[in-house]
Design a protein around this ligand. Sequence first.
Ligand code: ATP
Length: 278
Amino acid sequence: MTAVLAADRLSYAYPGSAPVFSELSLEVARGTSLAVLGPNGGGKTTLLRLLCGGLRPAAGRILLDGRPVAYGRAALAEFRTRVQFVHQDPDDQLFAATVGQDVSFGPLNLGLPPEAVAARVASALEDMEIPFLADRPTHLLSFGQRKRVAIAGALALRPVVLILDEPTAGLDPAGTEALLETLRRLQADGTTIIASTHDVDFAHRWARDAAIIARGELRAGPADTLLTDAALLRAASLRPAWGPAVGRALRAVGGLPADAPDPRSPEEVLGLRPEPRP
Ligand SMILES: Nc1ncnc2c1ncn2[C@@H]1O[C@H](COP(=O)(O)OP(=O)(O)OP(=O)(O)O)[C@@H](O)[C@H]1O
């Protein structure tokens, strides 16, 4: 496997607190979709913030393309343009008056000429299907729209790795479907994507790989294997992916051909799709 990003024997403790984890290692394959799951307080956000350089490990290393991340100001700034982090709450990220201004902040900071900044903003808004929001004040947007703007802001930096903390939290079913399609499109264009979630079904539908972090331990592997392992998931306060269980039940009553793949969503079984957003 070619790891684009790796954690090598990472240890981390918040000041004055017990370690969240010790000697934790993870390899993220280039071009993959990796879902990070675990119980509340399991350490997902901490791991993601270490992976993007937002936290500095007490011990161990983060490697991008095999090179250890350096924590000097300039080196870290360069690393963080290539590995972008999107906060769970868009309000922790958005700060400019309008959507266009917010999304242009990163490219402007890179010192790009105005035409290049404008091109990046346009393509990031296009990627997130929100060009119509460009001139809108950020504080007047809905939560789901603010989430899309926050992701557009990260995409404007053309990252090699996009890291999203609970991207589906607070989205309605149509918003989750739209996000799923967007993440698939970005991945098809070559971006490696890591996302934390409590939503095992979303993870099973979207991710190629999974990492489950609980009580300081991490298990990583193919999503199809990990997300159908009932004992492992129960130990991490998660439940198994819905699709394989329903697939088994349907096959048992002849409702699904023996060789058909497991359904990935209730909509697929019912032949329904959420209404697209007007
Ligand atoms: N700023 C902080 N200071 C001290 N302890 C913290 C801080 N942030 C998180 N922690 C602690 O670190 C541990 C891991 O938290 P983290 O937020 O990484 O978990 P999580 O898996 O993302 O949780 P959730 O699913 O609830 O978002 C928890 O015990 C939490 O209380």
